[in-house]
Write a protein that binds this ligand. Structure first.
Ligand SMILES: Cc1ncc(COP(=O)(O)O)c(C=O)c1O
Length: 367
């Protein structure tokens, strides 16, 4: 087949929505036209039909198995992405005591801004002084006042930091925004009270989220009188189908879960993610042109942030232009930070990472 812009794929290092595996895209393409011989495309199938019942129940079952979720945990698929949960969480849980935040960058700021509209918040630890290029010490969390819940962001997509473990204050519900590293590593799910994530990084569709929590949390009633659509318990009772759900996005998440399983499961994915990050950071740390501003032990394996050692706008722009021409897309840092960022979500292959390193090595030689 002739190589044209319409049949060629490039290396996509975007932070989200992000790259999807070729096998998943091909299956999605077929299902859009005719889902398993039904004569209907997946987007044309009723969300309460037996066909969709099956998709939703396989999706939930696969999540349970992959994450080894205890049966006491419930799963909710909700519209509105992770930001909608920034609003829903304080509406349900912020009462009687401030909400605690471990402040690690742009996305914890957004979550705090929403929570402040509902009640009092308390920053229990912050790395703002370090420009969020490290994670704060959480040793003294026990001494802070009682909290209605404690919010962490497990992977800071923009600043490029990632927690290895989460410290819980005794008896405080631990709430984790896992939007950008969900399903990227094996975790002990029994230690979290509520985990939520937008699906557009490791699971495909934007504007859709997953939340995992003990049933009693989802059954908490908001302290204010709110429309039913804002109640977790209503969504739970309706099995994530209080209204017409994002059927295509849920189906895509199912294809992604099947792909994770066929790739060897979470532990294989985790090993591959570690190797991709190790090879890339090794290159950056050995470079005389680039450097990584994030403290070594806090570096993200999903969003790898790097800069030129000496600021040079013209050279940065040249790099991005040459990268695009060579087929390496979306390497620019987030607009609030600048610099460069390469996102290595689960779908990113080790081969693509190695080709990127090769390109940057060549660029450095010519710079
Ligand atoms: C860590 C994190 N939290 C929250 C969000 C917001 O997600 P959404 O756009 O789905 O609301 C993002 C988006 O990139 C993110 O990376």
């Amino acid at each position: 087949m002739m190589d044209t812009p319409f049949n060629r794929r490039i290396h996509n290092f975007g932070a989200g929505p992000s790259l999807l595996p070729e096998a998943v895209l091909r299956e999605l393409q077929e299902s859009l036209w005719n889902y398993q011989g039904t004569g209907m495309g997946i987007m044309e199938i009723n969300h309460r039909s037996p066909i969709f019942d099956q998709i939703l129940s396989e999706l939930e079952e696969r999540f349970r198995t992959l994450l080894r979720l205890p049966s006491s945990k419930n799963i909710l698929f909700l519209p509105g992405g992770a930001s909608y949960q920034f609003a829903m969480i304080p509406l349900h849980l912020l009462a009687g005591a401030p909400a605690g935040f471990v402040h690690t960058g742009h996305w914890t700021q957004k979550a705090m801004d929403e929570a402040k509209r509902v009640g009092e918040i308390c920053v229990v630890a912050s790395s703002e002084k370090e420009k969020f290029y490290s994670l704060p010490s959480v040793e003294n969390l026990e001494t802070s006042p009682s909290l209605s819940y404690l919010h962490y962001c497990s992977n800071n997509t923009i600043e490029g930091t990632q927690w290895n473990s989460f410290k819980k204050k005794t008896n405080t519900a631990l709430v984790i925004d896992m939007s950008s590293d969900f399903l990227s590593r094996d975790l002990d799910w029994s230690s979290f009270d509520l985990v939520f994530a937008g699906l557009q990084k490791n699971l495909g569709a934007a504007s859709l989220s997953i939340s995992v929590a003990e049933k009693y949390l989802f059954e908490t009633k908001p302290k204010l009188t709110l429309p039913h659509f804002l109640h977790w318990s209503e969504h739970l009772a309706a099995g994530s189908r209080l209204n017409t759900p994002h059927t295509l996005g849920l189906y895509l998440a199912l294809l992604m879960l099947r792909w994770i399983e066929s790739s060897g499961g979470i532990s294989s994915i985790e090993k591959r993610n570690q190797q991709k990050a190790d090879e890339f950071y090794h290159f950056i740390d050995s470079s005389s042109l680039f450097w990584a501003p994030v403290q070594k032990e806090d570096r993200s394996r999903m969003n790898l942030v790097f800069d030129l050692r000496e600021t040079n706008l013209a050279l940065s722009q040249r790099l991005l232009k040459e990268a695009n021409t060579a087929g390496f897309a979306a390497l620019e840092g987030h607009r609030v930070r600048g610099g460069f960022r390469a996102s290595f979500y689960n779908s990113q292959s080790l081969e693509s990472v190695r080709e990127l390193i090769q390109f940057l090595t060549e660029f450095e030689r010519r710079a």
